[in-house]
Write a protein that binds this ligand. Structure first.
Ligand code: GUN
Length: 286
């Protein structure tokens, strides 16, 4: 193996220590950062993510409230809950766990969140601010990806960055963040032709496809920095990413493992966003 491993567990741990200190400083001013998490239905993976989010809040001293709503909850009731949370002074962040059941309009639900409390950075106002290069709440996984690149001291400016996947949650925002850092960014998706030709020129390759071993060793430029956002459960129960890790690690310069790469960063950046939202709402010094 030639690649250096980007250890998300270590980077996340360091950030969480800083978050704990910031929470303490808020508490000394009589402020407890508060996060509301809404889960509609009983999707097993979502239940695990929500539980982990609540545990992470507790570990760092952030107050969390989880709202477990029935699978059949009407949209008007979800919107009414969001409106009540928008009004609460003790709730600084609101997150609606995705995906939502099919009868709910996810865009309408997200747009109901007060943008100042949108700790997922998915409200169109925050997405627009990000694209405009203005300060915004940034979606947690892309924010975590940028922190991982930062941890390597890799110079992004002028590099070819290729993002595979164009979701609102990962692909689009990470492309905007890399562009902001002056990379030359290409976004690939399911209709892209000659994918291997494009990935073969990527100095930075971000893969968010949701297909195990989608990226093979031959598709990677020697020395590239590879961020694997995929979390796929194989029939054996093993968790694997979108990149064939062992082949890629022979060619890449830097690579994130799965598990233990991007995953640990996502929840950590949710905590960070909750603190940023608290700061803006309470107008206090960091
Ligand atoms: N489902 C999978 N990832 C996420 C995320 O980052 N935020 C929300 N709200 N739902 C998700």
């Amino acid at each position: 193996m030639t690649a250096q491993i980007i250890d998300g567990k270590i980077v996340a741990k360091t950030l969480r220590e800083k978050i704990k200190e910031k929470v303490k400083a808020y508490q000394e001013k009589g402020i407890v950062p508060g996060l509301a998490v809404i889960l509609v239905g009983k999707d097993p993976a979502s239940q695990i993510y929500v539980r982990k989010k609540a545990e992470a809040c507790q570990e760092c001293g952030i107050k969390s409230e989880v709202f477990n709503l029935d699978e059949t909850t009407a949209e008007k009731d979800v919107l009414a809950l969001i409106e009540s949370l928008n009004q609460r002074r003790d709730i600084h962040g609101i997150l609606v766990q995705l995906p939502l059941p099919g009868h709910l309009n996810a865009k309408a639900v997200i747009e109901a969140i007060n943008p100042a409390k949108d700790v997922d950075g998915l409200h169109p106002l925050n997405m627009g601010k990000l694209l405009a290069g203005n300060p915004a709440l940034i979606p947690c996984t892309p924010y975590g990806c940028m922190k991982l690149i930062e941890s390597t001291a890799y110079a992004i400016r002028g590099k070819n960055a290729v993002v595979i996947g164009r979701s609102d949650l990962v692909g689009k925002p990470i492309a905007a963040l890399l562009l902001k850092e002056n990379a030359t960014v290409t976004i690939c998706h399911s209709h892209t032709q000659n994918l291997a030709e494009i990935t073969g020129k990527a100095d930075i390759l971000v893969v968010a496809v949701g297909k195990p071993h989608f990226i093979t060793g031959e598709m990677i430029k020697p020395g590239a920095l590879v961020l694997d956002v995929g979390i796929n459960r194989l029939s054996t129960g093993k968790i694997t990413g979108d990149v064939d890790f062992s082949a890629a690690a022979e060619i890449a310069g830097w690579i994130t493992p799965v598990p233990g790469g991007v995953g640990p960063m996502t929840i950590t950046m949710l905590l960070e966003n909750t603190l940023e939202a608290t700061y803006e709402q309470e107008n206090i010094l960091h």
